[in-house]
Design a protein around this ligand. Structure first.
Ligand SMILES: C[S@@+](CC[C@H](N)C(=O)[O-])C[C@H]1O[C@@H](n2cnc3c(N)ncnc32)[C@H](O)[C@@H]1O
Length: 229
């Protein structure tokens, strides 16, 4: 099970019209996803030239529309989101942009502002399995971007689970850890302050992984959303 499978099943389940992907890279995940209205946000799209040309052609609205915002997600939410989601609210989103605590957290909190009741936010890279996977962007850069990098996105899961009473958050144990965020009462709240979370390190995650992430086996996805396996 991976993010594309989860997103496609969710879109089908809730009959979603609007899908947002933050962090698109070459579009390996974005392009094959089928939804009537898809929105892509990334400061540097890396797709092939013909996809870039297509990206700049105005798509017919309300049929199969894709919109591309070549900017950081913070800027997208400041400058465009209100208008984009006034037309139709957000229903399914993938948060997969900058893999740092603060960025990932802002992306989720911003998405929540526009998320329809019954909508779902999927977050990639929530379950790093070595300290190297969980390093900082500077460390990854110094290692010349080799290997998988999940960063400390996991801390935004801990933060959301500690601070919000209006969402339920868990992580599926597949595809580097898929965070799943829905509106509604939390299954179990955590007691940490943002200050405590800032000071947590990879060791804390390793010692308390299941509890911090509300880690679930991948198949839990089918039960939670009542989707046939
Ligand atoms: C891991 S890739 C995304 C992969 C893609 N979602 C997929 O599944 O194929 C991360 C992307 O996030 C983008 N990114 C970095 N900082 C960002 C930001 N502040 N806002 C949005 N995207 C960002 C990078 O340019 C990169 O293309």
């Amino acid at each position: 099970m991976n993010r594309r499978f989860v997103i496609e099943r969710l879109i089908r389940k809730i009959n979603a019209h609007t899908y947002l992907e933050i962090g698109v890279f070459k579009g390996y995940n974005f392009f094959p996803i089928r939804a009537p209205r898809k929105i892509a946000v990334d400061p540097y799209f890396k797709m092939k030239w013909y996809k870039k040309i297509w990206m700049h052609i105005k798509q017919p609205a309300n049929i199969w529309e894709s919109r591309f915002f070549e900017k950081e997600s913070d800027r997208f939410f400041r400058e465009n989101a209100e208008k984009v989601f006034a037309e139709k609210a957000l229903q399914v989103s993938l948060v997969d942009g900058m893999h740092e605590y603060g960025y990932a957290l802002r992306d989720v909190e911003n998405c929540l502002q526009y998320l329809e009741e019954g909508g779902v936010i999927v977050m990639h890279d929530c379950n790093p399995v070595t300290p190297e996977h969980a390093g900082t962007f500077e460390e990854w850069k110094a290692a010349r971007f080799t290997g998988k990098w999940n960063g400390d996105v996991w801390k935004s899961i801990v933060h959301l689970r500690s601070t919000r009473d209006d969402i339920n958050v868990f992580v599926l144990d597949c595809d580097e850890g898929l965070g799943i965020i829905t509106k509604g009462a939390p299954e179990k709240k955590l007691p940490y302050s943002p200050e405590q979370i800032r000071h947590m390190g990879y060791n804390d995650l390793e010692q308390n992984r299941e509890a911090l992430l509300n880690l679930k086996p991948a198949n839990y996805f089918f039960d939670y959303f009542n989707i046939p396996n």
